[in-house]
Design a protein around this ligand. Structure first.
Ligand code: SAM
Ligand code: SF4
Length: 351
């Protein structure tokens, strides 16, 4: 088995650029030449599941509602972000479908001209809102589903519901979303033997199954249990089952994207822990309490909610966003060395 120390490998070295144009309009940039046109917005922290890798059974210290961005404040940020060149939005959480304003937020983003609007959800509440979300302008949906087995689902999420999530997936596939993806956090002994079943889902359906490396967050102990299964091993396992898989073109985080010849869908591998894609990172993260995190692994946060509530204008908010992203660490390993994760769960960051 791979050990943590075997996994530390350098990411592509980035070239340092001068500070000059960072506050002068155009795309949001950092000092290493990366540009940021994709924002992930966590609309809440709460959730109706308790996935073992994300939260303890009793949940985490959720912030009081007043500390979270309101729907209007999220809309304000969407306006500023789009004025600053952001072209793609993903709504996440917590569980974004627990947010009463989620359809309005999607509609607002669509009206602001955002052409690529995605949502990551556990799918439990999708049935009622799938069509309204599509009509409001949602273009893509990622459903998190780590197992197809009833009992394993209960073990992983500490709740019932796999049948509901599979129904949600079928519903999403029957509607006209531009993309439907499944997020599978890949874990030794929990679900690694289901890899073939997940790949098989791509035979008939035009969906992408994405196997995601487990990431360490401290509130849950799963990281220490030997469940980690690295991207290289995931690929090896897929190749063992399907020696003929072919590379396919993908986005920044999906550079390991494959297709089984003749299958309708695709299979992706996301090296979320080994972080071999930092050089291509184009994401801005906004937490539910209105902070920018310029890297998933960084503890530095830049307070947009404070600015909004103190009456800052759009230019000032835009400058803070640019400043936050300019300060982005060179890669996730550097970011991790600079602090020790102030947030205890992915539900507080948005994944
Ligand atoms: N509740 C929604 C869901 O589960 O899809 C959205 C929020 S969730 C935090 C976003 C994504 O982060 C999910 O696909 C989830 O599987 C992933 N995630 C959460 N904790 C993780 C961890 N420790 N390692 C890897 N992925 C994780
Ligand atoms: Fe909830 Fe998503 Fe975290 Fe699971 S991964 S507990 S569904 S926020």
């Amino acid at each position: 088995m791979e050990r943590d120390t075997d996994l530390v490998r350098p990411t592509k070295t980035l070239k340092l650029k001068s500070f000059s144009s960072t506050h002068n309009g155009g795309l949001i940039k950092d000092q290493y030449g990366r540009t940021f046109d994709y924002v992930r917005i966590a609309v809440n922290e709460r959730c109706n599941l308790r996935c073992v890798y994300c939260m303890p059974e009793e949940g985490v210290d959720f912030l009081p509602q007043n500390d979270l961005l309101t729907t209007d404040e999220i809309m304000r940020l969407i306006s500023v972000l789009t004025e600053n060149g952001v072209k793609k939005i993903r709504f996440t959480g917590g569980e974004p479908l627990l947010h009463k304003g989620i359809v309005s937020l999607v509609g607002f983003a669509a009206n602001a001209g955002v052409k690529s609007i995605h949502l990551t959800t556990n799918g439990l509440l999708l049935e009622k809102v799938a069509k309204p979300l599509l009509d409001a302008g949602l273009t893509g949906i990622n459903i998190s589903l780590d197992t197809l087995d009833h009992q394993k689902f209960v073990e992983i999420t500490r709740r019932e519901g796999v049948e509901k999530v599979i129904d949600a997936l079928n519903l999403a596939l029957s509607l006209e979303f531009r993309s439907v993806k499944i997020n599978v956090v890949f874990m030794r002994d929990f679900n690694h033997r289901e890899i073939g079943d997940f790949v098989e889902l791509t035979r008939e359906k035009p969906l992408t199954v994405r196997f995601i490396e487990l990431m360490p967050f401290d509130a849950h102990q799963i990281w220490k249990t030997g469940k980690f299964f690295g991207a290289e091993l995931i690929e090896k396992e897929i190749r063992r089952l399907h020696p003929g898989i072919e590379p396919d073109s993908g986005t920044a985080t999906e550079h390991s994207l494959f297709k089984v010849p003749g299958y309708a869908g695709k299979v992706g591998i996301i090296p979320a822990f080994t972080r071999s894609f930092c050089g291509e990172c184009n994401r801005i993260r906004v937490t539910a309490d209105g902070k920018i995190r310029n890297c998933l692994y960084s503890d530095d946060e830049f307070d947009l909610k404070g600015l909004i509530r103190n009456g800052a204008n759009d230019v000032e908010i835009g400058k803070e966003i640019r400043h936050a992203m300019w300060m982005k660490p060179e890669d996730g390993w550097v970011a991790q060395r600079q602090g020790d994760h102030g947030r205890e769960s992915m539900t507080q960051i948005g994944g």
